[in-house]
Design a protein around this ligand. Structure first.
Ligand code: FES
Length: 109
């Protein structure tokens, strides 16, 4: 059975507010999450690392476009949450669409 996504718009933020490679934290639908721009793609994912809850907005994007946690430097693919440095964790990700310049993040709520 498909679960229904509820889309929430990110007010007051556009492409110009997301410099490529900078992890930006925000609160949406009562949840803290992060956005990351890689070229013309935007990804949304949990604000904290699945390892020991470091704030990923203090991390950075590596040359492969993966999020690097600031605490122990585990890496995650922001497209699917895969732990690309191999420790076996999974970063929660959220679907994101850009419609007429406005970001929408999908939640299962
Ligand atoms: S808290 Fe992120 S890698 Fe340890």
């Amino acid at each position: 059975m498909n679960q229904l996504l509820h889309w929430h718009s990110v007010e007051g933020m556009g492409m110009d507010d997301l410099p490529e490679g900078k992890v930006v934290e925000l609160t949406l639908n009562g949840k803290k999450l992060c956005l990351l721009r890689k070229q013309d793609q935007i990804f949304a994912f949990a604000a904290t690392c699945p390892h020991q809850s470091a704030r990923l907005c203090e991390g950075w994007m590596d040359a492969r476009g993966h999020v690097v946690c600031p605490l122990h430097h585990y890496r995650f693919d922001p497209a699917n949450g895969r732990n690309t440095s191999g420790e076996g964790y999974k970063l929660r990700t959220y679907p994101l669409e850009v419609r007429e310049g406005i970001f929408y993040v999908g939640f299962l709520d």
